[in-house]
Design a protein around this ligand. Structure first.
Ligand code: F6P
Length: 761
């Protein structure tokens, strides 16, 4: 495998080398051609110029010689004594460049000439040659320059002197000039070529590095270290293309087969190379409690547990949680571990023990009196106490140490759940720098102003930014978080890619709508029929099966809109008295955080309003509202879902809300109507529900009436569509998308590390 990679890399380098040579040849070839052409044209031109300049010099020289000899010639002619000229001319031609002299007198007769004067050269011919632009003559001794100059006296021109001078030195000079010119042009050409190649090489390298960095996605998740201006347009194109590819990839994922435990397992094996998965949450998935002298296992009423438990069954690994059951300590081994689910042993539950003070400060205090109301718009004041904050920090640190103890490698995948552990991602990052940390915030994230109430806002944001990926249910909560970071931290935000860079670490902030496990045939085949469920539920809660039955199933929490729901029921009975005696509303409310004052007074208030409605519309044998403030196990809740005509989910604010999805999953008879608050994250997906504003009592009462009178065909149509959505967008998709993103992130980090190793090496 490694060898293959090295060979491929070798081939890659050879390929890049070939490309560079080819590119350089494209520069060099025209350059060489231009240089050769320049030399080809310049050399004869230089020759001609040289000859012209030399010929002018020779003419001047010949004119000087003629002047110098004029007087002696005039005297010799006057005395008619040509012999006098012989020693004079002989002396003159001793000059090595002067070849011969001839004296031409009237009538073009050559009166006297030195011995070197060619016999065949007449005065007439010499004059003709001398008049040419290049007056040269080829003799046996070589090329000579011919000049005919008048011999003048005061009386005028008395004769002409034909002067023949050696041209050989000019040719030698031309040759030298030609050589120097060629050498100069060659040196210039070589210098230009060298500079061109060097610049091209450097630009090419920079360009290739830049392009590679872009392809590695560095320009996407963080800016290129040194921006290369030439790359700017290309970078934009590449980025766009990468986005398209990523989109295509995502879409193709969506089109692929349904998400199932098998698909999640195979994703873990392939994209995360089977890395260990560790989940951290406050609430444990299985609680051991003493009951009538025996130990029983309880499943908590928790959306988090509903969603994450099937994922853990599929992925195996370790779930670290607070051991809150009174029999928990009796069921763990020496390392505080127990295999769950009971009887199946798919994964390990590692329990963490908290003192009552720690639980009070961290869970009831900071998490549920501070962060919970802070993040939910339910008009309950958050309470922040210093002692709670200290407990929160201590407990987060305790869980971080537990993650370290449970990690079997340096780079496990750690899924940190919810607002109980805002500080944990950074703590884990410090202990296990190579871990992939996926934090999921199960509740809404408020706007920056609201979050500003928290005295430890910076610490919380920094803690969360220790994650590799930080997930919320909706894009709106992601946006709120990013804006909050922008307001309170000096961080760099890339809105385009939804990443935040803080202190050189990147966090991807993404929305992953959570869901439930879609029940398989094995499970549904064991369910009693809807009629049977109705009979049993009515028996258990004292209802008449002929009634129209609406239900609500929640934790007994002020964010769930239970009060508003009761107001809607009351208004329905006011507006439509025909329902009195024919309609019942069953509220199952699992006790939750009951030691908190806010919860106690809320629960009291609900009991009070229930009594009021029952007092107004009830009869000795009829109660319109049935409030069951008890924990119900999964089967009992499922029975209620299948028994109901209408399910009311009227949260005042909710990250997602899984009750509505469980109701839909329970209705394989495609009957029943869902009334859903527009303030629950689920309203984005479940659009076929009757969507209401729970604060608007009139609207909710009307929706209730519409639901109770909805024809079976419309119910079927709406429910079939809702069921398709929930089946497809199940919890395996939620986990799968997060883990796939983590896988891609890990791959990117590996590539970046490898590239950095190469560039250092
Ligand atoms: O809704 C937020 C949340 O933390 C859920 O994730 C969980 O289902 C629920 O609250 C349970 O609360 P608690 O653990 O306090 O009972």
């Amino acid at each position: 495998m490694t060898r293959q990679c090295i060979c491929a890399k070798g081939r890659g380098f050879a390929f890049v080398g070939m490309n560079t040579i080819r590119l350089q040849l494209r520069f060099l070839l025209p350059l060489v051609i231009t240089v050769v052409a320049a030399a080809y044209l310049a050399v004869p031109l230089m020759d001609r110029i040289n000859l012209r300049w030399s010929s002018r010099d020779l003419n001047l020289r010949a004119a000087l010689v003629t002047n110098a000899l004029s007087d002696s010639i005039a005297e010799a002619l006057r005395e008619n004594n040509v012999r006098r000229l012989q020693p004079l001319f002989a002396r003159a031609v001793q000059d090595e460049r002067l070849i011969a002299i001839g004296l031409c007198v009237k009538g073009g007769r050559l009166l006297y000439a030195t011995p070197g004067f060619p016999r065949a050269l007449t005065c007439e011919r010499a004059r003709e040659i001398g008049a040419q632009a290049t007056p040269d003559l080829r003799l046996e001794v070589g090329a000579v320059h011919v000049g005919v100059h008048p011999v003048s006296t005061e009386a005028g021109v008395i004769a002409d002197l034909a002067v023949l001078q050696d041209l050989g030195f000019i040719e030698r000079r031309s040759q030298d000039t030609r050589q120097y010119l060629i050498i100069l042009i060659s040196i210039l050409g070589a210098a230009i070529a060298l500079i061109t190649v060097a610049v091209a090489q450097l630009s090419w390298r920079g360009w290739v590095q830049g392009a590679r960095a872009l392809l590695r996605g560095e320009g996407l998740i963080r800016p290129l270290s040194a921006p290369i201006p030439e790359l700017a347009p290309l970078a934009a194109d590449l980025r766009e293309r990468l986005h398209d590819l990523e989109d295509e990839y995502r879409r193709s994922l969506e089109l692929e087969s349904a998400w199932s435990p098998q698909r999640l397992r195979s994703l873990l094996r392939t994209q995360l190379r089977g890395d260990q998965v560790i989940v951290v949450s406050n609430r444990e998935p299985y609680i051991h409690e003493h009951h009538n002298g025996a130990i029983v296992v309880k499943r908590p009423a928790s959306g988090l547990v509903t969603a994450v438990e099937p994922v853990m069954r599929a992925c195996s690994g370790t779930w670290i949680a607070h051991g809150s059951g009174d029999a928990d300590k009796e069921t763990v081994d020496a390392f505080d571990r127990v295999r769950v689910p009971p009887g199946r042993n798919d994964y390990t539950l590692r329990r963490i023990w908290l003192t009552p003070d720690e639980e009070q400060g961290y869970y009831y205090g900071f998490a549920n009196e501070g962060l919970w109301p802070l993040c939910h718009v339910a008009h309950v004041r958050p309470v922040f106490r210093e002692s709670d904050w200290q407990a929160y920090k201590t407990v987060n640190q305790r869980f971080a140490q537990a993650v370290l103890a449970e990690a079997r490698s340096e780079d496990p995948v750690v899924l940190v759940q919810d607002y109980h552990f805002a500080l944990l991602p950074l703590m884990i990052r410090e202990l296990l720098p190579r871990a992939t940390i996926l934090a999921f915030w199960h509740i809404p994230w408020p706007n920056p102003e609201s979050f500003g109430i928290c005295p430890w806002q910076r610490e919380i944001l920094q803690g969360l930014l220790g994650s590799t990926i930080l997930g919320f249910h909706t894009p709106f909560h992601c946006k709120n978080f990013i804006e909050t970071v922008h307001r309170y931290l000096q961080a760099r935000i890339e809105h385009e890619h939804s990443t935040i860079s803080f202190e050189d670490k990147y966090t991807l902030v993404e929305s992953y709508p959570i869901s439930i496990e879609w029940p398989d045939d094995a499970a549904t085949s064991k369910w009693p029929s809807p009629q049977e469920c109705r009979r049993r539920a009515c028996d258990r809660h004292g209802l008449d099966p002929s009634f129209a039955i609406a239900i609500g199933v929640d934790r007994f929490d002020y964010t769930k809109g239970i009060l508003e729901r009761l107001n809607a029921v009351e208004r329905l009975l006011e507006k439509h008295p025909e329902w009195i005696g024919k309609f019942a509303f069953l509220q199952v409310a699992a006790p939750s955080r009951s030691s908190l004052e806010e919860y106690q007074s809320f629960q009291e208030r609900i009991h009070h309003i229930t009594e009021r409605i029952n007092g107004r519309f009830g009869r000795p044998d009829y109660q319109p509202v049935h409030l069951i403030a008890e924990h119900h196990d999964h089967d009992a809740v499922n029975e209620v879902f299948r028994a109901a005509d209408v399910c009311l989910v009227t949260s005042l604010h909710d990250g997602m809300n899984l009750v509505c999805k469980e109701f839909v999953a329970a209705r394989d008879d495609e009957r029943g109507v869902l009334i859903l608050s527009r303030f629950a994250g689920a309203a984005r997906e479940l659009t076929e529900a009757l969507i209401v504003n729970p604060y608007h009592v009139e609207e909710s009462a009307d929706a209730l009436h519409q639901a109770l009178t909805m024809p079976a065909a419309e119910q079927r149509e709406r429910m079939a569509s809702l069921r398709m959505t929930v089946r497809e967008y199940n919890v395996y998709r939620w986990a799968g998308r997060m883990l796939a993103d983590a896988g891609r992130w890990r791959m990117r980090e590996r590539i970046v590390a490898r590239v950095q190793r190469h560039s250092l090496g």
